[in-house]
Write a protein that binds this ligand. Structure first.
Ligand SMILES: [Zn+2]
Ligand SMILES: [Zn+2]
Ligand SMILES: [Zn+2]
Length: 174
């Protein structure tokens, strides 16, 4: 995993250090979250899409932390005792996922906001900390190539490779 942590990210061209995969527990998360909202706004505007109030609220709920939330947790947070049609939240989640602003963590049946501003097709390895629940995103280009080769050799057409690794993050290990 150390090799992976030092790899140059195809996501941003930035150095993929441990700190960028797993932000420190005391990092400035407010600026993290507002940067992600700003990116989402610019991203949608550039595509002629709208970050509607519901889409923004769902993204904001997920940006409360780097931990994934289930759809019902999002609905509960947004409803706050009031009424909210779950379908509107699901639709917003679909939109955010299709645009790479939110990822689905299959093994947790939950969603996490993307703070790496990469393009939707970039192969990503999700690193899920079993202690603090944080989800880190590591570049998965080399692994994706190897997987494609294995699939090709098996005559298998892969659809959506999802790579999720459970473990303990760099901060929880300290
Ligand atoms: Zn943060
Ligand atoms: Zn991402
Ligand atoms: Zn952790």
């Amino acid at each position: 995993m150390a090799e992976l942590a030092r790899m140059v990210s195809p996501l941003d061209g930035q150095d993929m250090t441990r700190a960028t995969v797993f932000p420190a527990p005391d990092h400035d998360h407010d600026s993290c979250a507002s940067a992600a909202i700003m990116h989402a706004e610019e991203f949608c505007a550039a595509r002629g899409q709208r970050l509607t109030p519901m889409r923004r609220q769902v993204l904001q709920a997920l940006l409360a932390s780097h931990k994934p939330l289930g759809a019902y947790e999002i609905i509960e947070r947004l409803a706050q005792g009031g009424r909210l049609a779950p379908i509107t939240v699901y639709r917003a989640l679909d939109f955010l996922r299709e645009n790479g602003l939110v990822h689905r963590i299959e093994s947790r049946n939950a969603f996490v906001a993307c703070v790496h501003h990469h393009s939707g097709g970039d192969p990503v390895v999700f690193l899920i900390c079993e202690r603090c629940g944080t989800v880190g995103e590591a570049p998965g280009g080399a692994m994706a190539d190897a997987l494609k080769q294995s699939c090709r050799a098996a005559g298998f057409a892969p659809k959506s490779p999802v790579i999720e690794i459970a473990g303990i993050c760099s901060h929880c290990r300290e």
